[in-house]
Design a protein around this ligand. Structure first.
Ligand code: GDP
Ligand code: MG
Length: 184
C-alpha cells in the first residue's frame, strides 16, 4: 500500500479524496451510489460513515480511492483539518436546485486550500440534475465557475446515477496521470 507519490513494489495506490459542500447537497448519496449503488431518500446515509475505500482500475493498475464523507460536520461549519489532511483529490458539491449552495463554493474552495495541498485535484459537482423543474443554477454558470477556478466540472444525479462514477473517475484518473508523469 502506498500513498500518493510513494510507489511500492506492489504497485498499489491509495488516494485520499474528500467530499465537501453544504449540508444536503447529496455528498453522502454520491458516495453511496458510487460505492454501493444505493440511494437514501433521507439523510441517514450521512450518519457514521467516515470513509469508504473503492477499488478502481485505471490503465490496468489497481487503485484504491479512499473517499471521505463529512459525516454531517459541515452542518456546524466545523469540518476539521484532519478531514483534509493528506487529501489528493476533492469533489466540491452543490445542489443545482439551491443557489445558496452554489454561492458557498468559494468558501469551500478557500477551506480546501487552507487545509490541503494547493495541487489537490478538484472537480466542481452540480448534483441533483433530476430536479429539472427546480433548477436554480445553469450548467453554463457551473462550468464558468469551474473554468475560472481551474477545476474539472460535471453535473450529476445520485438519484438516477447520472455521471456519478464519471465524477469520481475523473479525479482519480487525473491524480494517477500526475503521479505517473512525475515518475518519468
Ligand atoms: P449531504 O448532506 O450532502 O450528505 O446530502 P445527502 O446525501 O444526505 O442528501 C440530502 C438529501 O438530498 C436527501 O434527502 C437525499 O435523498 C437527497 N438527494 C441526494 N442526491 C440527490 C439527487 O441526485 N437527486 C435528488 N432528487 N435528491 C438527492
Ligand atoms: Mg452527508
Amino acid at each position: 500500500m502506498a500513498f500518493y507519490g510513494e510507489e511500492e513494489q506492489s504497485e498499489d495506490y491509495l488516494f485520499k479524496i474528500v467530499l465537501i459542500g453544504d449540508s444536503a447537497v447529496g455528498k453522502s448519496n454520491l458516495l453511496a451510489r458510487f460505492a454501493r449503488d444505493e440511494f437514501y431518500s433521507n439523510s441517514k446515509s450521512t450518519i457514521g460513515v467516515e470513509f469508504q475505500t473503492q477499488r478502481m482500475d485505471i490503465d490496468g493498475k489497481e487503485i484504491k480511492a479512499q473517499i471521505w464523507d463529512t459525516a454531517g460536520q459541515e452542518r456546524f461549519r466545523a469540518v476539521t483539518s484532519a478531514y483534509y489532511r493528506g487529501a489528493v483529490g476533492a469533489l466540491v458539491v452543490y445542489d443545482i436546485s439551491r443557489r445558496q449552495t452554489f454561492d458557498s463554493i468559494g468558501r469551500w474552495l478557500n477551506e480546501l486550500h487552507t487545509h490541503s495541498d494547493m495541487n489537490v485535484v478538484t472537480i466542481l459537482v452540480g448534483n441533483k440534475t433530476d430536479l429539472k423543474d427546480a433548477r436554480e443554477v445553469s450548467t453554463d454558470e457551473g462550468r464558468a465557475l469551474a473554468e475560472a477556478q481551474g477545476l474539472f466540472f460535471m453535473e450529476t444525479s445520485a438519484l438516477d446515477s447520472s455521471n456519478v462514477a464519471a465524477a469520481f473517475q475523473t479525479v482519480v484518473k487525473e491524480i494517477y496521470r500526475i503521479l505517473s508523469r512525475k515518475v518519468f
